[in-house]
Write a protein that binds this ligand. Sequence first.
Ligand code: HEC
Length: 161
Amino acid sequence: MILFGKVKILGGITLIKRYLIVGAMTALIALIAACGGGSDDSSGSTASTAAPAATTAPAATAIPAGPSNSELVALGEKEFGTCAGCHGADATGVTGLGKSLVGSDFITNISDSDLATLIKTGRPSSDPANTTGIDMPPKGGNPALNDDKIDGLVAYIRSIQ
Ligand code: HEC
């Protein structure tokens, strides 16, 4: 209690300021820290240095995870309705409309980002790379396909090779 008295006399003004500025909880923590300071006579400064440490809470650092591959495949399967009219519900192609997307060397040999680009831009019959003389329209003709949905379509097409 002698120590506590010293704290009150020497650090009283500082503690009152702390109480007003930081609030009741911080002041309480500071007082507890000062009392627990033991033989250290400069308890006033002990209190002021102990308080920040006592109030440092572990930060919640949850980083939002991107969709898993199975979530992307499920999204792509849902969005494949846009493509099914020409490529078939099972993606094996429809004669005269769209070629099979299953077992395609072209798909096997290009990167995910190039496949996404092809889906976005399509492949018109005027493109020298066109193999059938039939247009593949940009986004399969569905402007609502955003990048996330196209990533899903890429994952889905990969999953059925
Ligand atoms: C209106 C018909 C049509 C629609 C709808 C369509 N495609 Fe196509 N797609 C084609 C045609 C035709 C080709 C072949 C182009 C060529 O001759 O090279 C093609 C080619 C492709 C290829 C290249 C395959 C290869 O082996 O060269 C991919 C990948 C593809 N389409 C994906 C899609 C996806 C994904 C969708 C849905 C978002 C879609 N297509 C919607 C007609 C369509």
